[in-house]
Design a binder for this molecule. Structure first.
Ligand code: HEC
Ligand code: HEC
Length: 365
């Protein structure tokens, strides 16, 4: 934790320096900024986007090294890293949402990803693209549904109907992706087959699905205190029958909660997701916490069950579970269906209050 605080102070200082130098043309990161970003990347992002930024390691997270992505969207990148894409597995990392990244750390990360790819920013304007929405819809139905879903919900491709994505993304960024594809990923470069009118039509159609107006942020809640880590401290231990020796089904977990059984529930998603909504009584222990042995000191060693869960369905939860197993915890389990599955099966979560986020905070200064 201490390190994070130090890093925060260091990077705030560096931001002040960068701003006073009029940092509009993205100066090269200093060695310290680059090293801090590389470390943050491995800690917070590699789980899904891969150690080498190759993408598709977990949850169909996109490649973060395709040329067409990195040459256009410094602004889009800051937004998505800061606020995430609610409704997809991509969590927000901004302090304002529960952290752990500060504004300068997000700026550096957005630039570091670009520097790693060795491309320079093509300045795209924020102007609107006009096009024939009906033509775009027909093309989308034929060419895009297979990967992006009939309702833009995302399958192997990203969720193009996602309101948060659309509200934080410029038309020209979307068109650039359609025209140039995403090198090294399944996303084809449609500029090779489609006319400029067809590319405009697709962009206009996707844009026309944007019914969202605002990004919301949680009103931050305080995680449970150490003395409250154990749910139902006076209850009996649940009798979990684990699938493959590791997984507990949502129905069994729910039954144990109803029967007031003694256990610890760890939410291994990014902090912002815990803040938005979590399974009641869960303790946030994001997959990126480094000092698990230290945190594990606060967990009971008396054979109390420790169940981990994450969004969809298991990558982060298994990551933390493995660390606990390595530390000698014996009664551990991973929630099989994840939080998405839990919710879609109709089990309850405890939602936090939200209010509109001022996304201007991560726009260009
Ligand atoms: C739990 C998995 C997960 C983690 C952890 C995660 N991401 Fe993502 N990320 C995703 C997914 C999934 C998407 C695509 C969401 C969608 O459908 O729009 C995404 C999208 C993105 C995008 C947009 C890419 C594009 O094609 O427009 C960027 C940039 C990004 N993530 C950066 C990061 C960074 C930087 C971190 C670490 C600070 C991070 N992500 C951590 C899953 C993750
Ligand atoms: C074979 C699968 C596939 C098809 C077909 C496909 N895409 Fe994609 N698309 C992807 C993937 C995968 C990504 C994310 C890139 C990555 O994985 O790194 C993507 C990314 C995108 C993005 C960038 C979104 C973002 O979050 O930054 C846009 C825009 C897009 N696709 C539009 C389209 C449109 C429009 C069509 C149809 C004309 C289409 N795609 C067809 C797989 C596909």
């Amino acid at each position: 934790m201490n390190k994070t605080v130090k890093l925060f102070l260091l990077s705030s200082l560096l931001l002040v320096v960068a701003q006073s130098a009029g940092a509009r043309t993205y100066p090269k990161l200093t060695d310290a900024q680059a090293a801090a970003s590389a470390k943050n990347y491995q800690q917070y992002c590699a789980l899904c986007h891969g150690e080498d930024r190759q993408g598709h390691v977990n949850d169909n997270a996109p490649s973060l090294r395709s040329k067409s992505l990195l040459e256009t969207g410094v602004q889009e990148r800051r937004m998505v890293i800061g606020y995430g894409r609610p409704g997809t597995p991509m969590p927000g990392f901004f302090d304002e949402l529960g952290g752990p990244l500060s504004k300068p750390e997000i700026y550096y990360m957005a630039l570091w990803l670009q520097e790693q790819t060795g491309v320079t920013e093509k300045n795209i304007s924020s102007g609107m693209i006009e096009g024939d929405v009906a033509l775009g819809e027909a093309l989308y139905g034929k060419e895009c549904v297979e990967c992006h879903g009939a309702r833009g919900e995302g399958i192997t491709g990203t969720a193009l109907g996602n309101q948060a994505m659309l509200s934080m993304t410029r038309d020209k960024f979307i068109r650039h992706a359609i025209e140039n594809g995403r090198q090294g990923t399944p996303m084809p470069a449609f500029g090779e087959r489609f006319s400029p009118e067809q590319l405009d039509a697709l962009t206009a159609f996707i844009r026309s699905r944007a019914t969202g107006w605002e990004v919301r942020k949680p009103v931050l809640r305080r995680p449970p205190a150490v003395e409250d880590y154990i749910l139902n401290p006076d209850g009996d231990s649940p009798d979990f029958q684990l699938k493959d020796g590791r997984y507990v089904m949502s129905s069994d977990l729910h039954e144990a909660m109803q029967a007031k059984k003694r256990m610890v529930l760890l939410d291994t998603r990014a902090m912002s997701l815990w803040q938005m909504a979590n399974i009641e009584g869960s303790v946030p222990m994001p997959y990126y916490y480094e000092d698990v042995p230290q945190l594990a000191k606060d967990l009971p060693r008396d054979g109390t069950w420790i169940v981990t869960y994450c969004e969809c369905p298991r990558a982060a939860a298994e990551h933390v579970n493995q660390k606990l197993v390595a530390l000698g915890f014996e009664k551990t389990a991973v929630l099989w269906e994840g939080a998405y599955g839990w919710i879609s099966l109709g089990y309850p979560v405890s939602p936090g209050e939200t209010r509109p986020a001022d996304t201007g905070m991560l726009r260009e200064d």
